[in-house]
Design a protein around this ligand. Structure first.
Ligand SMILES: *[C@@H]1O[C@H](CO)[C@@H](O)[C@H](O)[C@H]1NC(C)=O
Ligand SMILES: *[C@@H]1O[C@H](CO)[C@@H](O)[C@H](O)[C@H]1NC(C)=O
Ligand SMILES: *[C@@H]1O[C@H](CO)[C@@H](O)[C@H](O)[C@H]1NC(C)=O
Ligand SMILES: *[C@@H]1O[C@H](CO)[C@@H](O)[C@H](O)[C@H]1NC(C)=O
Length: 275
């Protein structure tokens, strides 16, 4: 009888234990789901907010609609399988105005070129156009089977060729280069061994879009610092020259970073006199 008396409470305790475990597991699942949901929701909201706020600085565009067109390029896709063509509808939604003599390209000179374009109304880069500016410095991607936008855990620039972010910059750079005409300028870096590097966006995408007679001239500004390693005679710049259409004029100038900075902070100096 002693055993019989102890059995029922043991059973009850076991049952209570099972119920408590089930409740705990359910609670855990709910907490994880809520946290994940919030994180994912916040990612989409943050990127969308940044996108729309930056977009609204440009007048005359339906920024909400542009966000929708942008999102459809990558949402639900493997982030390593987004080709640059995925952004064609976005390029069509914000056509690049062709503009002569005012476009400046760059490779490995991001800070000095933007310091210059921000302070002086001489040239502008792709980062100053609507599409370039709304996504400048941001990371985003989708995931197969998901309708969300993620801003973390996305592949990096060199992780795979057709990643969400790289394909965007390739596509928008191609569109920006397509609209170049007259004199085109590029700022290259004289402190690195290969200023015209075949893997750069400038070499692999932009230069290939410059065609004579629309583009008449390419001016290379090779930015030099204290102990610069390369000059205009470098073999990679000879390769650049070889890539240009017949008839296009090529020019290369070594210009010190100090001279560009001086020009940036001297608004009276004519743009053409900066180098
Ligand atoms: C990347 O996409 C292009 C189409 O833009 C395709 O031709 C190429 O094979 C793809 N590359 C890789 C590594 O998937
Ligand atoms: C050129 O590249 C070097 C090395 O990456 C960098 O330190 C330097 O700031 C660059 N120069 C310019 C003018 O951007
Ligand atoms: C350019 O650099 C090369 C070495 O890379 C050097 O032989 C040549 O004298 C330099 N030319 C000028 C004009 O500084
Ligand atoms: C010049 O260009 C060549 C080939 O593109 C490269 O290998 C070389 O290291 C460059 N730089 C210098 C300082 O010679």
């Amino acid at each position: 009888m002693e055993r019989g008396e102890t059995r029922p409470p043991e059973k009850r305790r076991r049952r209570r234990c099972i119920i408590l475990s089930v409740v705990a597991v359910l609670l855990l699942i709910i907490i994880v789901a809520v946290v994940l949901g919030l994180t994912v929701g916040r990612n989409t909201r943050t990127l969308k907010t940044t996108f729309t706020e930056r977009c609204e600085e440009f007048k005359g565009y339906d920024c909400e609609k542009l966000w929708g067109v942008f999102e459809r390029a990558y949402v639900g896709l493997d982030p390593c399988e987004v080709p640059m063509e995925a952004y064609d509808p976005l390029m069509a939604a914000v056509p690049f105005k062709p503009e002569c003599n005012r476009k400046i390209f760059w490779s490995k000179t991001k800070d000095v070129v933007h310091d210059f374009t921000e302070k002086r109304d001489c040239f502008y880069t792709v980062e100053e156009t609507l599409l370039g500016s709304v996504l400048n410095g941001l990371t985003w991607c989708g995931k197969e089977g998901s309708s969300e936008t993620f801003t973390t855990g996305c592949p990096g620039w060199t992780d795979c060729a057709n990643n969400t972010v790289r394909s965007f910059w390739n596509r928008v750079s191609a569109a920006f280069a397509d609209g170049a005409c007259g004199d085109v300028t590029v700022m290259l870096n004289g402190s690195i061994a290969t200023p015209f590097h075949p893997a750069s966006v400038f070499a692999s995408i932009e230069v290939k879009r410059f065609h004579f007679p629309r583009v008449k001239r390419l001016n290379v500004v090779l930015v030099t610092q204290e102990n610069f390693v390369t000059n205009c005679t470098n073999a990679s710049l000879k390769d650049l020259q070889k890539e240009l259409d017949q008839g296009m004029t090529y020019d290369c100038k070594e210009v010190s970073e100090a001279q560009i900075q001086e020009c940036s902070s001297n608004p009276e100096k004519p743009c053409g006199a900066c180098w």
